[in-house]
Design a protein. Structure first.
Length: 614
């Protein structure tokens, strides 16, 4: 007869409670905000809050609040115009010790965030997001590649035991080689031509050679810098976990990055534009203090400084760099201090193995290198440049031979985490500067988005009214099941961070349509049973049991189609597929289980039931 197990009621109640809980954050709207993050341990305290409030007051901006929230100082504002004015004022007053970034600050209560409840991620077409335009410094890419070619010339001559006195890169993008007396210029030319086939090598009288880089190679270096940076940016955005980003080239020297629904834009800016990396260099014998005092630095050495300001002499030759790192993980060393566990590629591993094999017991240094963008006003115009910051974070003796795998210490916890992400994502071919930053609105236009949402809501309400009129009480039960279905979809997408786009709304509408079909099958089956003279309670039981198999078969094809769209589609197709598949699973649960439980609650205890409102 008409029965329903109690444990299923408990399951339904649990699903309902969790759905309400995890869908609730979508009720809270975000504030326009400016986020301030301290660099390298800069303090976020009351003094900074007062300094920020003063800068905003001078700029004529009235914030909703200025407060430290978590690891950031958030300035909440009323609208996008006030947000832009506040960001411009704060960037000019706080300096490089703080990162100032635009943000959308969440208003979700702390108790919801503690259980992992967060708003649904909306795509750029629905919510908008953060828009960056980055200028690529192609000259720096060229300098970096020419420095690498210069080092290749040194290494080639050294490996073939051809003595030289100097190898220098010249301003005209050529490399001048001065051989030692007794060295054979013809042999050196042949060796270099074999090792660097793309270059032309000329003997210029005496013991001098000139290595020329062809113009086509120079153009290729400059052109490929943007493409490599775009690839690296995609990897870095993946490390941030941003869904549905837009990263594309703009003109010859710029890249546009749009990140929907980003909450921590300061981290996004650090990760996207950062050029921090590691270099491993040998320590040169001699007194660094005397070298600084007298200005006499050995020709193969360069003076670097530790974080405490003390100098150290390091070799100009780099053993390995961040470019040769294929994996990196933030961890702790044997003393519990922050560290980065590094894995090199084969070339880097071989170089590290050769160096450590020959230098056991000798010191090796780790240099943390970072390019910091600077903006100066010259004759009323902005002039953008970079300041290279090089710090020795560690000098330690080589206790044993190692190659591809080892640990680097000497970093703070936040630096270790950020550096590990950067090394995993790859290095930039050229540094980039943020030339434009703003919060963008929905890409399809606010009015279009509102119309799309309104259309879905009206269609949903029309469906509920139609069912209530046509199927009467069972139509009401169907409406309740549909509302539960919508609640489950919103909760699941919020919980797992799936992105809702406008095509996703189409997938949601389709899944609701499939749920309607399921309920129509059940209601019509109950009608058939009643017309066949089956008692009302038995008709309800038979209707659900006989329709369940048909509903499952009908929805299975939709699930398979959604999986195929997600596997082989991109962008909007994936958004459509995710929403549709989640909606189909929810519709099967609500149509077969939830509506049946409501029908049993309504009719099971009525002993003299003679008719049904269906």
């Amino acid at each position: 007869m008409l029965e329903f197990p109690r444990w299923k009621y408990l399951v339904i109640l649990a699903v309902l409670a969790l759905s309400v809980l995890y869908a609730l954050p979508n009720v809270y709207q975000s504030d326009y905000a400016v986020q301030i993050t301290g660099n390298r341990g800069a303090a976020l305290d009351q003094a900074l809050s007062e300094r920020v409030a003063g800068a905003l007051s001078s700029a004529g901006v009235t914030p909703k609040s200025v407060a430290v929230e978590g690891d950031n100082l958030l300035v909440r504002l009323d609208d996008a115009e006030a947000q832009t004015l506040a960001a411009d004022a704060l960037r000019g007053s706080l300096g490089e010790n703080y990162t100032v970034a635009l943000n959308l600050a969440s208003n979700v209560p702390d108790w919801l965030e503690r259980i992992g409840a967060k708003p649904m991620v909306l795509g750029l077409d629905l919510q908008g997001g953060v828009h960056f335009v980055l200028q690529v410094d192609q000259k720096a890419a060229l300098d970096k590649r020419l420095d690498a070619y210069t080092e290749d010339v040194r290494v080639t001559l050294r490996d073939r035991r051809i003595r030289y006195t100097a190898v220098d890169r010249r301003p005209d993008n050529t490399i001048a080689v001065a051989l030692a007396s007794g060295a054979d210029p013809a042999q050196a030319r042949t060796v270099l031509a074999q090792a660097l086939p793309a270059m032309s090598v000329e003997v210029q009288g005496g013991n001098r050679l000139l290595v020329r880089i062809p113009e086509t190679e120079l153009q290729q270096i400059a052109g490929s810098a943007i493409e490599q940076n775009i690839t690296t940016l995609r990897n870095r955005v993946n490390e941030l976990g941003v869904a549905e980003p837009i990263i594309q080239r703009q003109g010859e020297e710029r890249i546009v990055v749009q990140l929907p629904g980003v909450q921590d834009t300061a981290e996004a800016k650090r990760m996207i534009g950062a050029t921090a990396t590691l270099e491993y260099r040998a320590v040169v014998e001699g007194s660094a203090i005397d070298a600084v005092r007298t200005g006499r630095v050995p020709p193969e050495a360069k003076v670097y400084y530790r974080r405490d300001g003390s100098p150290v002499l390091l070799s100009k030759r780099v053993i390995v760099t961040g470019d040769q790192m294929v994996a990196a993980q933030s961890t702790v060393d044997q003393n519990g201090l922050p560290a980065v566990s590094v894995t090199l590629n084969n070339v880097g591993g071989d170089r590290m193995f050769e160096f450590t094999s020959a230098n056991v017991g000798k010191p090796m240094a780790v240099v943390y290198t970072e390019r910091i963008p600077q903006v100066k006003m010259v004759n009323g115009q902005e002039v953008r440049s970079f300041r290279v910051k090089e710090e020795v974070i560690s000098v330690a003796n080589i206790n044993g031979v190692f190659g591809k795998n080892f640990q680097t210490t000497g970093l703070e916890k936040a630096e270790a985490d950020d550096l590990a992400k950067l090394l995993r994502a790859g290095s930039l071919a050229a540094p980039m500067d943020f030339v434009e930053e703003k919060i963008v609105g929905p890409s399809l236009g606010k009015e279009n988005v509102e119309r799309g949402v309104t259309a879905v809501l009206y269609a949903f309400l029309f469906t509920l009214v139609f069912f209530a009129v046509y199927y009467r009480m069972f139509g009401v039960l169907t409406g309740i099941a549909l509302l539960f279905n919508l609640l489950i979809v919103v909760a699941v997408m919020s919980l797992f961070g799936a992105t809702m786009t406008l095509p996703g709304f189409a997938g949601l509408a389709l899944s609701i349509g499939l749920s309607v079909d399921a309920n129509v099958l059940i209601n019509e089956r109950i009608r058939e049973e009643l017309r066949a003279g089956v008692p009302p309670k038995a008709a309800i039981a038979n209707g659900y049991e006989k329709a369940s198999g048909t509903i499952f078969d009908a929805n299975l094809t939709g699930i398979l189609a959604g999986i195929a769209l997600y596997a082989f589609g991109t962008g909007p197709l994936k958004g459509f597929a995710v929403t549709m598949v989640i909606g189909i699973f929810a519709s099967m649960f609500t149509a077969i289980t939830v509506s049946r439980s409501l029908a049993v609650l309504l009719y099971a205890r009525r002993k003299k039931l003679k008719s049904l409102a269906v």
